[in-house]
Design a protein around this ligand. Sequence first.
Ligand SMILES: [Zn+2]
Length: 270
Amino acid sequence: MSSRLAVLRIATAAVLTLAMAGCSAPLSENWVRYSFAPAPEDSGQAAETPPATDQGTKPEAERTPPNCSKVKCVALTFDDGPGKYTPELLSLLDQYDAKATFFLIGKNVKKHPQIVRDELSKGHEIGNHTWSHKDLTKVSIAAAKRDLQKTDDAIKEATGTDPTLVRPPFGALPRSLKKNLSVPIALWDVDTLDWKTRNTKSTIKAAEKIVPGSIVLMHDIHKSTIDAVPAILKDLSSKGYHFVTVTELIGHPNPGIGYGSGQRPATSKG
Ligand SMILES: [Zn+2]
């Protein structure tokens, strides 16, 4: 072949290689966060908000999570906080080097930003649980998006980082909203019903349903739940469980996909 043709072929190959590299680049680069305008009540306040980086919170130390395909793992999750009992819970988790996932209510984030920073700095994972615990299937899609964004914004303002998961209240999410999500949806498969019983013994008993790979639903706004945590941690720890975040448990969860099979809106508060 002529040298000119050879050069052309090399150039074509280079272009193809670049194109293929583009296809295999991390999908996260292509995902956009909820694509909608800020909530109307937020407009005009942006200039007064201090830059998030001023309060940037990073985990104290990088840790290597356990390999959950080889060892027993469980993801304890706590919804509806942060609240006045959350600091006590964080201390309990620390005693077992347990990592958990917190699904936060936006208006509670505004009330307790330091607790949210503590959660993150201790290596726990943060998820969005809406601004005020709305059932997102009972409002317009636009309103649901605004609600999630407002909550994301509050978490970002408090910590300097975005939440990495979403858990819709009651596990209820309009199908058309799913494809807009830039983060995975974390449901659950063990529901302790702690919000309903408000009973420490019942919560401990419900945790006996935990198996390796479980995502466990609890609420850190109830003292009865906090009081159940030491026994649950002790029992699972003695059985060889590692306490990991939802993302650590799943590995590489995909945006818009729901994890955990326990979506039972009729009986579950979420
Ligand atoms: Zn909830």
